[in-house]
Write a protein that binds this ligand. Structure first.
Ligand code: CDP
Length: 207
């Protein structure tokens, strides 16, 4: 069984997807970490994420099993990730690994932007997690504060808007809910409520 969890920045996909994987004992892949790793590699090489050759080189040299060994969650790396992610060749270079991962038994949960639309269009369960930009900015702001990064709430909101715009309007694999996705609007929900709602949906699909 494949569970695809997609949605915009800081909507709570990661937390939800991890919790679902734990609940069902499935493998979990944060596909954003792959793009973040490519973005980080480009920055570390002193090159520009808009430089297509640099981004492709980084994607081809990626060791996806090592994503957990680097600190990928900073805002700079997130912004670089969303720039390299607009590059079709980068996306193609990362596709094979994601599809193979999705086939792991007894099941896999993948979170990202295009899992239900491009990576695993046949996934049995597709959940699109979203929340208003203001709520997402507050969540990301709290996450960053915990890490000791303290940009203003306004700066974080601007970044969320910029990233939404880039992710939604790009030509390749833009961020949109799959036609058959369950849309989970979490602005007014606690993490627990969102998880319960997702589990209820998975259970319905399993029957
Ligand atoms: O955690 P957050 O939602 O901020 O970002 P992420 O999931 O780590 O993804 C970082 C960036 O990678 C996003 O802004 C997307 O542009 C890109 N991405 C993508 O294009 N496709 C995916 N399947 C996952 C991430």
């Amino acid at each position: 069984m494949i569970i695809a969890v997609d949605g915009p920045a800081a909507a709570g996909k990661g937390t939800l997807a991890r919790a679902l994987a734990r609940r069902y004992n499935f493998h979990f892949l944060d596909t954003g970490a792959l793009y973040r790793m490519v973005g980080l590699a480009v920055l570390q090489a002193g090159r520009d994420p808009h430089d297509e050759a640099a981004a492709l080189e980084a994607a081809q040299g990626l060791k996806p099993d090592l994503t957990h060994e680097q600190d990928l969650r900073s805002e700079d790396v997130g912004a670089a990730a969303s720039i390299v992610a607009a590059n079709l060749k980068v996306r193609e270079a990362l596709l094979g690994f994601q599809r193979q991962f999705a086939q792991r038994a007894p099941g896999a949960v993948l979170d990202g932007r295009d899992i239900g639309t491009v990576v695993c269009p046949d996934a049995e369960v597709k959940i699109f997690v979203t929340a208003s930009p203001e709520v997402r900015a507050e969540r990301r702001h709290a996450e960053l504060a915990e890490r000791g990064e303290a940009p203003s709430l306004e700066t974080v909101l601007d970044d969320i808007h910029a990233r939404d715009e880039r992710d939604r309007t790009r030509a390749h694999a833009p961020l949109v809910p799959a036609r058959d996705a369950y849309v989970l609007e979490t602005s007014q929900m606690t993490r627990e409520q969102a998880l319960n709602s997702a589990i209820a949906y998975v259970e319905m699909r399993r029957k």
